[in-house]
Design a protein around this ligand. Structure first.
Ligand SMILES: *[C@@H]1O[C@H](CO)[C@@H](O)[C@H](O)[C@H]1NC(C)=O
Ligand SMILES: *[C@@H]1O[C@H](CO)[C@@H](O)[C@H](O)[C@H]1NC(C)=O
Ligand SMILES: *[C@@H]1O[C@H](CO)[C@@H](O)[C@H](O)[C@H]1NC(C)=O
Ligand SMILES: *[C@@H]1O[C@H](CO)[C@@H](O)[C@H](O)[C@H]1NC(C)=O
Ligand SMILES: *[C@@H]1O[C@H](CO)[C@@H](O)[C@H](O)[C@H]1NC(C)=O
Ligand SMILES: *[C@@H]1O[C@H](CO)[C@@H](O)[C@H](O)[C@H]1NC(C)=O
Ligand SMILES: *[C@@H]1O[C@H](CO)[C@@H](O)[C@H](O)[C@H]1NC(C)=O
Ligand SMILES: *[C@@H]1O[C@H](CO)[C@@H](O)[C@H](O)[C@H]1NC(C)=O
Ligand SMILES: *[C@@H]1O[C@H](CO)[C@@H](O)[C@H](O)[C@H]1NC(C)=O
Ligand SMILES: *[C@@H]1O[C@H](CO)[C@@H](O)[C@H](O)[C@H]1NC(C)=O
Ligand SMILES: *[C@@H]1O[C@H](CO)[C@@H](O)[C@H](O)[C@H]1NC(C)=O
Ligand SMILES: *[C@@H]1O[C@H](CO)[C@@H](O)[C@H](O)[C@H]1NC(C)=O
Length: 602
């Protein structure tokens, strides 16, 4: 084998001294590269590792002027299991960057730290997405290292003093490991740090005050740990800090003030209590503020950063009216989520000035008044959720202007009037939920034009009259229950090939249960309870959960035993489970089909 390598390199050497220079890689480096390539059982042809010049191999970068030395090596995604070749790699002393990410290494050979630590020019080391376990290795002598990425491994123990020699470090990524212990206060001595990511570990204790000394810091990510205590005041005045994410920890207080440079602040899923200080966002150019899932009370500050793109304050104990003034000038606001609080009063019409809004969620509050017509100016809106409030009045007749709308949920309010026929212009609707309001009149004929509609919830209203043709893609549910529908179950419900849940209960449907319902191939839940149906029930497949109590004239076929399973009331749980399962499947399917995944949380 050795003689084979020698003969190859001699052969290559001959090439190099020919007038048409094919390669000039230093012969030591050439030997090392060839040695490494023999050690690895790679599909050499596919990776171009069969080329005579290693500078042409996939993942290898040489100095571009002469190709005399290797500057960076990436073995990312090579599927490597055996890390023993690593100690060889550092014989190439011109290396600046080494990427071993996305392999299956379980350990790093000790020799690696001895040899690679001596390479002064080595700036970047990436072991992300391997299976390294044990404690954080000690990086002795890596005095020039600027970027260390050990994310997505199985490393554990604390990070105290293990980074001792990494005085040049600018970027440290230890996310998604099993580290515990505290953040060492010595971290403040690594003055060159620009990026720190410690998210997804089990780090506890407080954030040391010394981080305030990291004046170059731009990104600090501490999400998903067990950190607690106060957020040091010094941290949020670092003038370069742009992103601070400390969501999913156990912090209990908000910092008083944030700096002008901060663009992203995520403190969601903590245990923060108290009010949002009125001057919290003073002078700020914040773009994303996420305070959702805390225990904040009081009201929303009157001053909001005019750069806001995403504002999330859902699932707190906030109250009072939603202030109008700040929303008049949030021209870039795209996501506004205030759900599950105790806000009172009207939806401020000024929201209509936030022309870029794609998501508006104010569900589960105590809002009253009507739907401001100004909402119709939000032509970028994809998701509008206002369910579980005390809203009254009618749906504005030009609702069809919102033609990007995909989810409209205004259920569980006191809205009245008729369903405007212009709703069919919201041609992208997948879910329309008008349940539990006071809507009267007919379902508009145009409803069938909602080609992407998967779910139509019209239950608990005062709708009546003829039931028009339904959108043919309906899948999750068609719910017409608890309305004033009468006469026979209409043929317009036939041909819904994907429909899984049909609820016609608590109306005054009469006559026989039509045979065409047997022809709905996807049906899994059919609720006919409390109508005036009569005759013999058709023989539904056993895959259909059927409920028909409260129809005194309705009989089970004689030759089938009238099994009790059929003649009971649906429990909230069976319906809930069916909805949940189909909803998940359908949302997935919809996302895949439309091929246009939206950055919208619902
Ligand atoms: C390397 O393998 C590829 C793919 O099989 C082939 O196209 C190419 O000619 C080979 N190169 C050399 C120098 O053998
Ligand atoms: C070559 O590698 C790519 C991934 O890098 C893979 O998708 C492809 O199937 C491979 N081709 C062969 C012939 O092994
Ligand atoms: C060095 O190698 C690269 C391929 O890795 C090639 O694109 C470049 O032209 C080579 N430079 C010289 C001077 O040969
Ligand atoms: C890993 O590779 C080295 C040589 O490169 C070899 O000696 C060793 O047996 C290999 N280990 C395993 C587990 O295959
Ligand atoms: C390390 O590699 C992973 C996976 O290839 C990549 O996503 C990440 O950006 C790399 N880290 C750095 C600091 O470049
Ligand atoms: C840290 O690494 C993870 C996994 O590769 C990556 O998703 C994350 O973006 C990195 N953090 C930073 C700040 O680059
Ligand atoms: C910040 O650095 C200064 C000077 O090096 C030092 O005196 C001070 O104690 C440090 N602050 C913290 C909070 O560690
Ligand atoms: C918040 O910061 C601004 C600007 O730096 C400053 O004027 C104000 O006094 C600070 N407020 C508090 C409570 O620190
Ligand atoms: C809104 O976004 C645009 C484009 O990203 C940007 O130029 C503008 O400065 C932003 N406006 C505010 C008030 O931040
Ligand atoms: C919607 O915007 C237009 C200008 O684009 C304005 O004239 C109109 O008054 C706005 N409508 C509402 C209801 O705010
Ligand atoms: C509809 O609701 C509004 C506001 O609650 C109310 O003033 C109006 O009387 C209601 N209309 C009907 C017909 O009930
Ligand atoms: C659906 O939304 C797209 C933009 O995402 C828009 O171009 C299209 O007109 C909408 N479709 C309908 C039928 O309104």
């Amino acid at each position: 084998m050795r003689s084979f390598i020698h003969s190859i390199s001699f052969f290559l050497f001959l090439f190099c001294i020919l007038p048409f220079v094919l390669c000039q890689l230093d012969s030591n480096q050439m030997n090392t590269m060839i040695y490494i390539s023999r050690q690895l059982e790679l599909d050499t042809a596919n990776l171009s590792w069969n080329a005579t010049n290693p500078c042409h191999w996939r993942g290898v970068t040489c100095n571009s002027h002469s190709n005399t030395s290797v500057l960076s090596l990436s073995f990312s995604g090579f599927g490597l299991l055996n890390s023993s070749f690593l100690s060889m790699v550092c014989q190439i002393d011109s290396l600046q960057s080494l990427d071993f990410s996305d392999n299956f290494f379980e350990s790093i050979p000790g020799e690696f730290f001895n040899t690679c630590g001596e390479i002064n020019g080595l700036k970047s080391l990436n072991f992300s997405k391997n299976m390294l376990s044990g404690s954080l290795p000690t990086f002795q002598k890596f005095a020039g290292l600027e970027s260390l990425d050990l994310s997505f491994n199985l490393l554990s123990g604390d990070i105290d003093s293990k980074l001792d020699d990494l005085s040049a470090l600018k970027s440290l990524n230890l996310s998604s490991n099993h580290f515990n212990g505290n953040i060492p206060s010595e971290i403040g001595e690594y003055r060159n740090l620009i990026v720190i990511d410690l998210s997804g570990n089990r780090i506890s204790g407080t954030i040391p005050e010394s981080v305030g000394n990291l004046t170059n810091l731009e990104i600090l990510i501490l999400s998903s740990n067990q950190l607690s205590g106060a957020i040091p005041a010094g941290l949020l005045v670092i003038k370069n800090l742009q992103r601070f994410s400390a969501n999913q920890n156990m912090f209990v207080t908000l910092p008083r003030n944030i700096t002008n440079s901060l663009k992203i602040l995520d403190l969601s899923y903590n245990e923060i209590t108290g009010r949002i200080p009125p001057e919290f966002l003073l002078r700020s150019s914040l773009q994303t503020l996420d305070l959702s899932y805390n225990r904040l009370n009081g009201s929303i500050p009157e001053i909001l950063s005019s750069s806001l793109v995403r504002l999330r304050m859902g699932s707190n104990s906030l109250s009072g009216p939603i202030p109008a003034a700040p929303f008049a000038s949030l021209a870039n606001l795209t996501y506004l989520e205030l759900e599950n609080n105790s806000f009172t009063g009207r939806i401020p019409p000024q929201i209509g000035s936030c022309r870029k809004l794609a998501l508006l969620n104010m569900a589960q509050n105590k809002l009253n008044g009507d739907l401001p017509v100004e909402l119709l100016n939000l032509t970028q809106l994809q998701v509008l959720k206002l369910q579980f409030n005390n809203l009254g009045g009618e749906i504005p007749s030009q609702i069809g202007q919102l033609n990007m709308l995909s989810v409209l949920n205004i259920s569980w309010n006191s809205l009245n009037g008729t369903i405007p026929s212009s709703i069919s212009n919201c041609g992208n609707l997948t879910s329309l939920n008008l349940q539990n309001n006071d809507f009267t009149g007919f379902i508009p004929d145009s409803i069938k034009n909602l080609k992407f509609l998967l779910e139509l919830q019209l239950g608990k209203n005062k709708l009546q009259g003829r039931i028009p043709d339904m959108p043919s893609k309906l899948q999750i549910s068609l719910n017409l229950s608890s309305n004033l529908f009468e006469d026979e179950i209409p043929r317009t419900l036939s041909g819904l090939e994907d429909l899984e849940v049909l609820d016609l209960s608590n109306n005054k449907f009469s006559g026989q249960v039509p045979d065409f319902l047997l022809g709905l191939p996807s049906l899994s839940l059919l609720i006919l309870s409390n109508n005036r149906l009569s005759g013999v029930l058709p023989n539904f497949s056993k895959h259909v959960n059927l409920y028909f109590s409260g129809n005194p004239g309705l009989h089970y076929p004689q030759h089938n035993s009238p099994v009790s399973r059929k003649n009971r009331k649906p429990t909230a749980m069976t319906i809930g489970i069916t909805f949940a399962v189909t909803a998940v499947a359908v949302v997935l399917a919809a996302t895949l089909f439309r091929g246009n995944p939206r950055e919208v949380t619902c």
